[in-house]
Design a protein around this ligand. Structure first.
Ligand code: ADP
Ligand code: TYD
Length: 211
């Protein structure tokens, strides 16, 4: 049986995560892997309810961080860990790096508190230390370009309606997380045409021997 693979997609709103995650699922299916495609906040009935609150109800940064980690705990226990135990590939649109980027860098919340929550929530029986992604595909994009892509999109949620200065902090938050764990991150320059971005994603995953 194959070892389970946990791959997350990260980047600011509009960076291109949703555009490419289905194609990576198809690439894994093509080599015979079972794929669980999921997202955060969300992925379970409870976590999706928490998503609705987090994306729409006003709340302070600690409340927001706790809601994100509460959703994550349920998602880990109900979906991610069982899938990895089966040897499936879990492709997750956002995970804890988004909490450090949005609640940490974006909202200015205490990173030490986030690191404590990360240790509590991601301490699962099957992981030697903490459950972390085997690979995080980080779509790095200038917030100004992301804003152009999202202009005129649907009614923005609490995060999408933030000013560009917020997303500049979020983008730096991702860069800081990548600098802290470079082996785990595959940085994709996301300002190129879709085909070039996809090619970089596929080559990066293939280079790890997984496709
Ligand atoms: N490489 C690209 N060049 C131009 N537009 C893109 C590119 N990738 C995605 N888009 C468009 O930008 C918008 C946001 O893409 P999406 O994949 O939803 O981003 P995310 O999931 O990271 O928020 C969509 O309208 C999408 O069609
Ligand atoms: C997982 C996570 C997401 N978020 C934010 C980032 C996004 O703006 C929002 C999730 O929406 P998003 O992933 O962009 O979904 P969609 O493509 O449907 O808009 O939640 C956090 O602030 N912290 C987190 O820990």
């Amino acid at each position: 049986m194959s070892e389970g693979l946990f791959i997350t997609f990260e980047g600011i709103d509009g960076a291109g995560k949703s555009t490419h995650i289905d194609a990576l699922a198809a690439a894994f299916h093509a080599v015979g892997r079972k794929v669980v495609l999921t997202r955060e906040p969300g992925g379970t009935p409870l976590a999706e309810k928490l998503r609705g609150l987090a994306l729409n109800d006003p709340m302070d940064p600690l409340t927001e961080a706790l809601v994100m980690f509460a959703a994550r705990r349920d998602h880990l226990l109900q979906v991610i860990e069982p899938a990895l135990a089966r040897g499936d590939v879990v492709l997750c649109d956002r995970f804890t790096d988004a909490t450090f980027a949005y609640q940490g860098a974006g909202r200015g919340f205490d990173l030490q508190v986030l690191a404590t929550l990360e240790r509590w929530v991601q301490d699962v029986p099957a992981a030697r230390s903490l459950r972390q992604p085997h690979l995080t595909v980080w779509f790095d994009l200038d917030p100004a370009i992301a804003a152009q892509r999202l202009a005129g999109a649907r009614v923005p949620d609490r995060f999408e309606s933030q000013p560009q200065t917020f997303f500049a902090r979020v983008a730096q938050g991702y860069a800081d997380r990548a600098a802290g764990d470079p082996q785990r991150f595959l940085r994709i320059a996301a300002d190129r045409p879709r085909e070039q971005v996809w090619s970089a994603v596929e080559q990066g995953v293939r280079a790890r021997g997984w496709l």
